[in-house]
Design a protein around this ligand. Sequence first.
Ligand code: 9D3
Length: 240
Amino acid sequence: MRVDLLTLFPEAVRGPLEASILRRAVGKGLLEVRIWDLRSFGLGRHRITDDTPFGGGGGMVLRPEPVYEAVDAITRQGGRGRILLFTPQGRPFDQVAARRLSRREHLVLVCGHYEGFDERIRALADEEVSIGDYVLTGGELPALVVLDAVTRLVPGVIGPAAAEDSFAEGILEWPQYTRPREYRGMAVPEVLLSGDHGRIRLWRRREALRRTAERRPDLLESRELNAEDRKLLQETQRRP
Ligand code: 9D3
């Protein structure tokens, strides 16, 4: 997968790209990321990228030219890719979107900043993306979030078991334990030490359902449970 990332703050995205799974994906040749400094497409000797809004009011707005010219430069390098514009008004990003985007060969991630951007920049976008209902200072962290979520689903980046985890299935994960068997008075549940794989499977499934019902009932409301899951969930409601 090829990713072009457009930003006024290249240094804000370089760190995470040089760490962990993203770096490994690049090392394996499964991911190619190019960072484009929007400032280098700025106007005039001072490389101006922002301006005051027509109609007055405070703040500065990203001008359209740097973004259009950067996209032109990307296009000249071959292919335009799927253009994602990061904005608080975008569609909330989720795992379904991550899976869909992971099948694309080429993504172009455009990060806004300032108090906003010129409305004509939206015309470039195939999709507008938000990562949730909270206010950040720019689109850089959202772009990295999306890149991380998408990249780990690209075949070969991580193990297939890890990629299709329980969230992909729509419920939360079960509690996990490792050594020691007891720590500061907190014991590992006996069933996990029993070696009885049938009992362990049912316990994990029950605890995953319990957790989901307690913490994220919305995830259960939007799906149909099978007979076994319904029974396990009932068991969690009988005993505390
Ligand atoms: C003070 C400016 N606000 C005026 C009402 C609007 C605003 C513009 C730009 C608020 C935040 C930002 C910067 N955020 C993003 O560019 C952004 C974002 C976010 O803040 N939250 C969740 N997802 C995203 S995607 C891009």
